[in-house]
Write a protein that binds this ligand. Structure first.
Ligand code: 6PG
Length: 468
């Protein structure tokens, strides 16, 4: 039998889709799943000449050409460690294990070190794009040994999405770099989704737009600078009719969002790194608040609601929401990339921000026209400290901030929760050098704890004997 070129362990939706994508690209793929029914279902429902089923892990490993390449596609956490332990006695020096799940980057770092001692290469590989992406072209973020990457590059780059002909897959850095970048991708995804949800709320409750009008608006926005996968699906969602009742499905979906944890990881990690990703945190908190369904229902009866003040001019308001959303989006990406740059120095990664933005241009959930502009910004200045300092994005903020302030004003007057957009303007205002009140904080700290303060007019550290 012809040797298999890659083995996939875990044939649920993502594993199966990646396996079939690889098979389509001419790679001989061996597939194994813990319960054989899943493997049988793949063979039955998606027969492919390049896909070989295995019912025994050892048989799969034996079938592989060297160096062996085994892609783990199981639930993040303990199951990944369990598969690794099963693989270790079967592998030889120079073989490679890839983890394509949403694993926590610290786990990836630990596993990489552990396997390196055994002569096995480990690649934490971020994969974005959901089922469709995995099947027909995801964005892929591999991290691990730079030299060994050449063995997996051909298959990963072949199956990845292509943006202007270039693969949306690139080597990210050593150990946990790939999973870290994927984590931040997801954090940005949370912020992006929350901003779109807020734009929807503003247009609906302060603009008086119907679902049909909203769908038209998002469709039109998808032709301009906001063009992105998420804006596109939002237009489609707003039009989708319900299967049970009259009207659109969206109006029948419970106002409570789930989350699996990658956004939360990004937020926790940012506090550790001392980086402000307030918009990602706001998006996590918005989901948390949304989950208090019963409390919110009860509280609705207890509080007064502001009088509705509809925007005077619908078309002008729509344009302001568009510009405000774009401006807030710039701030969200500035925060995400700022976190990446701090992580790079903390963990010793040589992250290429322009490249990262370029592999997000297609295949992944946050894919957008906008990412081309981010690639250009880092192309002009590799050491760009904050995305908003690039002239293109600075102009964007300067041109859009008035709109953002205006829609936030109307939103807040109408009692519409707009936490991510509010954080965007707070971030922009603090960033552009407005006083943030820290002089008073320092005075308080010195007053109650003699923590000292610095002065604007002379060097040194001072303590004052507060006289009251
Ligand atoms: C992707 C997504 C994906 C993630 C879902 C759901 O890049 O394909 O980020 O990895 O699992 O978006 O995430 P939540 O359940 O946390 O919203």
């Amino acid at each position: 039998m012809q040797k298999t070129q890659i083995g996939i362990i875990g044939l649920a939706v993502m594993g199966r889709s990646l396996a079939l994508n690889m098979a389509d690209h001419g790679f001989k793929v061996g597939g194994y799943n813990r319960s054989r029914e899943v493997t049988d279902a793949v063979v039955k429902e998606y027969p492919h000449e390049n896909f070989v089923p295995f019912y025994d892990l050892e048989e799969l490993v034996k079938s592989q050409e060297r160096p062996r390449k085994l892609l783990i596609m199981v639930k993040a956490g303990k199951p990944v460690d369990m598969v690794i332990e099963q693989l270790i006695p079967l592998l030889e020096e120079g073989d490679m294990i890839l983890d394509g799940g949403n694993s926590f980057f610290e786990d990836t770092r630990r596993r990489e070190t552990y396997l390196k001692e055994k002569g096995i290469y480990y690649f934490g590989t971020g994969v974005s794009g959901g089922e469709k992406g995995a099947r027909f072209g995801p964005s892929i973020m591999p991290g691990g040994d730079k030299e060994a990457y050449k063995h997996i590059a051909p298959v990963l780059e072949a199956i990845s999405a292509k943006a202007q002909g270039e693969p949306c897959c690139a080597y990210m850095g050593t150990d946990g770099a790939g999973h870290y970048v994927k984590m931040v991708h997801n954090g940005i995804e949370y912020a992006d989704m929350q901003l779109i949800a807020e734009a929807y709320l503003l247009l609906k409750y302060a603009g008086g737009f119907t679902n049909k009008e909203l769908a038209d608006v998002f469709e039109a926005w998808n032709e301009g600078e906001l063009k992105s996968y998420l804006i596109g699906i939002t237009a489609g969602i707003l039009r989708e009719k319900d299967d049970f009742e009259a009207g659109e499905l969206l109006d029948y979906i419970v106002d409570s969002a789930g989350q699996k944890g990658t956004g939360r990881w990004t937020s926790l990690e940012s506090l550790k790194q001392g980086v402000n990703v307030s918009m990602i945190t706001a998006a996590c908190n918005a989901r948390i608040m949304s989950n208090r369904v019963e409390e919110r229902r009860a509280a609705k009866e207890l509080f007064e609601h502001p009088q509705q003040k509809l925007a005077a001019d619908k078309a002008a308001f729509e344009e302001k929401v568009r510009k405000g959303l774009y401006t807030a989006k710039i701030a969200a990406y500035a925060q995400g990339f700022d976190l990446l740059s701090h992580a790079a120095s903390e963990y010793g990664w040589d992250l290429n921000y322009g490249k990262i933005a370029s592999i997000f241009r297609a295949g992944c959930i946050i894919q957008a026209e906008f990412l081309d502009d981010i690639t250009k910004a880092f192309g002009k200045n590799k050491a760009l400290k904050n995305l908003m300092l690039d002239s293109f994005f600075r102009d964007g903020v300067n041109q859009g901030q008035e709109s953002l302030r205006c829609i936030l004003g109307l939103g807040i007057q109408n009692g519409i929760p707009v936490p991510a957009m509010s954080q965007a303007i707070a971030y922009i205002d603090a960033f552009r050098g407005m006083p943030v009140g820290a002089n008073l904080i320092q005075a308080q700290r010195d007053c109650f704890g003699a923590h000292t303060y610095e002065r604007t007019d002379r060097e040194g550290s001072f303590h004052h004997d507060w006289r009251f």
